[in-house]
Design a protein around this ligand. Structure first.
Ligand SMILES: [Zn+2]
Length: 255
């Protein structure tokens, strides 16, 4: 496993030389107000588990994918904090009893959106929508795109909160979908709401936060799969799995 991370890091070194002009841009991330950040799921990351409530409507196969993507997207953001503080939880628990994040599932296509600790996601949207909306609900970040359209980034540094679901890092098998700007943004919010010293884990420098996250081993110290299903409140629909909309023309349909 270690070898994997090293080779990936080497690949990125050459990549970052090539895009030096981009990488050296100053951060232009935007965060919610501090009081709004304090209503986001980021406040719950030191609990024994990170609790996600799924409700709404979905077919059985869409629900299964929703669980996988919800866990993966949550752990992607948590990993950016875990490298700063080893107390960040690694356990995802699907429960509607005391949820830290609520995801309303909607069949079909529509405008996905989010507010602190809550998001509504349409089931035809690609994976990038999930990490983007959790950037709002979990991390307390605002959009960085110009105007009303995700992907209109102008001279903004590239980021998930600008690109939305599409763009050059949309493939979760290749990228976490986060960029440096997003990572700096959630780490900024972490420092804002948690004072006091945080202990980074010993492996914190060996993980590339922009690389894909694997659900069964989101970071090196994970010993076993820690994703549990207690309950959900999703009304099960008959029907096949949704066809995911990978067309970039619909990039502006998420908020
Ligand atoms: Zn957004």
């Amino acid at each position: 496993m270690k070898r994997y991370f090293y080779s990936l890091a080497l690949g990125l070194v050459s990549l970052s030389w090539a895009s030096d002009a981009l990488e050296s841009q100053p951060s232009r991330y935007k965060t919610f107000s501090e009081s709004a950040v304090r209503q986001c799921s980021i406040m719950k990351i030191h609990n024994p588990s990170f609790n996600i409530c799924l409700d709404g409507k979905a077919s059985a196969s869409d629900l299964e994918r929703a669980q996988s993507w919800a866990a993966r997207a949550s752990l992607t953001w948590l990993r950016a904090l875990k490298v700063m503080d080893e107390r960040v939880t690694r356990t995802i628990l699907f429960t509607c009893k005391e949820p830290h994040l609520t995801i309303h599932l909607r069949p079909g296509s529509g405008t996905s959106h989010a507010s602190p600790s809550v998001t509504t996601i349409y089931l035809t949207r690609p994976y990038g929508t999930w990490t983007h909306e959790l950037g709002h609900a979990l991390a307390g970040l605002s959009d960085t795109y110009l105007g009303t359209s995700a992907g209109s980034c102008g001279s903004q540094p590239p980021s998930l909160m600008c690109w939305g679901a599409y763009g050059p890092r949309a493939n979760p098998e290749e990228w976490s979908t986060l960029w440096t700007d997003d990572i700096q943004a959630i780490q900024h919010n972490f420092k804002k709401v948690f004072s006091g010293a945080a202990n980074p884990p010993s492996w914190s420098n060996s993980v590339n936060l922009e690389a894909p996250l694997f659900l069964n081993e989101p970071w090196p110290t994970r010993l076993e799969e820690d994703v549990y299903l207690e309950n959900h409140e999703v009304e099960l629909l008959r029907g096949p799995a949704s066809e995911i909309d990978y067309s970039e023309e619909s990039r502006s349909s998420d908020l």
